[in-house]
Design a protein around this ligand. Structure first.
Ligand SMILES: Nc1ncnc2c1ncn2[C@@H]1O[C@H](COP(=O)(O)OP(=O)(O)O)[C@@H](O)[C@H]1O
Ligand SMILES: [Mg+2]
Length: 244
């Protein structure tokens, strides 16, 4: 515990003239839940994309367990134990829920039967095993979000990055996802969670990273960050600070 699992060093990402990430540096500790927060357009999804190889970085370094993984392709990154979900759900609508999850299971399993077993375990973990035989496209949004988590879990990640998995959920629904996240932590998975619902993420995270306009403006415990005037100004507003 408490060893660094991921180090991001002076990361820059430009899209043409737009600087989406600017000198971002932080370290994630093994076994912790980190919340990544900040307004829309702050660069949260871009940061996930850079770490997981979905977009090339402009400058800077990403180290996973001390190994330089900068600009590795996504399939290589995932094989080393980093998995992520997508803010915009990326599932194959015309395949069943189980089949969607089986795709990722073939990373560890050569046989269809073995992949099916792994898929079922991931569906159970994510709490959507009752949808196993349904067409993925027919699921309601909260179940689709869980399906994405199952698709990431089946790759047996040591570091799991969730991009707005609780967006659009009711308080009862996000409490289930909170529980799932805490269970994964218990199993030793390190998590980074992008979330706008502060009530959902602040109580369960160990640390918070705050991005604003591509710059990491604060990091610390939930309490430290919630009291930081820069964070209140850029993102939280007075309302959250007052109601705590
Ligand atoms: N593929 C892309 N091409 C051009 N600009 C992009 C691309 N992806 C993201 N951006 C821009 O980068 C900035 C950060 O976006 P994003 O990472 O999606 O923010 P967040 O996830 O925090 O809402 C935004 O200004 C967005 O318009
Ligand atoms: Mg985003």
């Amino acid at each position: 515990m408490n060893t660094a699992i991921l180090q991001v060093e002076d990361l820059y990402k430009d899209f043409g003239g737009l600087r989406a990430l600017s000198g971002v540096s932080f370290t994630l500790k093994e076994g912790e839940i980190t919340a990544l927060i900040g307004p829309n357009g702050a660069g949260k999804t871009t940061l996930f994309n850079c770490i997981t190889g979905f977009t090339p970085v402009t400058k800077g370094k990403i180290l996973y367990r001390g190994k330089n993984i900068t600009n590795w392709p996504p399939h290589k990154v995932v094989r080393h134990g980093l998995a992520r979900t997508f803010q915009v759900v990326q599932i194959l609508d015309d395949m069943t829920v189980e089949e969607n999850v089986m795709v990722g299971a073939f990373l560890h399993e050569k046989t269809v039967q073995g992949a099916r077993l792994l898929a079922r375990k991931a569906l159970q973990q994510s709490g959507i095993d009752h949808y196993t035989e349904h067409l993925a496209g027919s699921l309601p949004i909260p179940a689709k979000k869980r399906l994405e988590i199952a698709m990431a879990l089946v790759t047996k990640p040591t570091l799991l990055m969730l991009d707005e998995s609780m967006a659009g959920l009711t308080p009862t629904e996000f409490r289930d996802v909170q529980e799932l996240i805490l269970n994964l932590k218990k199993e030793g998975v390190t998590l980074v969670v992008v979330e706008h619902v502060m009530e959902a993420i602040m109580p369960i995270c160990d640390r918070v990273l705050v991005l604003n306009l591509g710059v990491l403006i604060a990091q610390g415990t939930a309490k430290e960050v919630a009291e930081n005037p820069d964070v209140i100004k850029a993102y939280l507003g007075d309302k959250y600070a007052r109601n705590r």
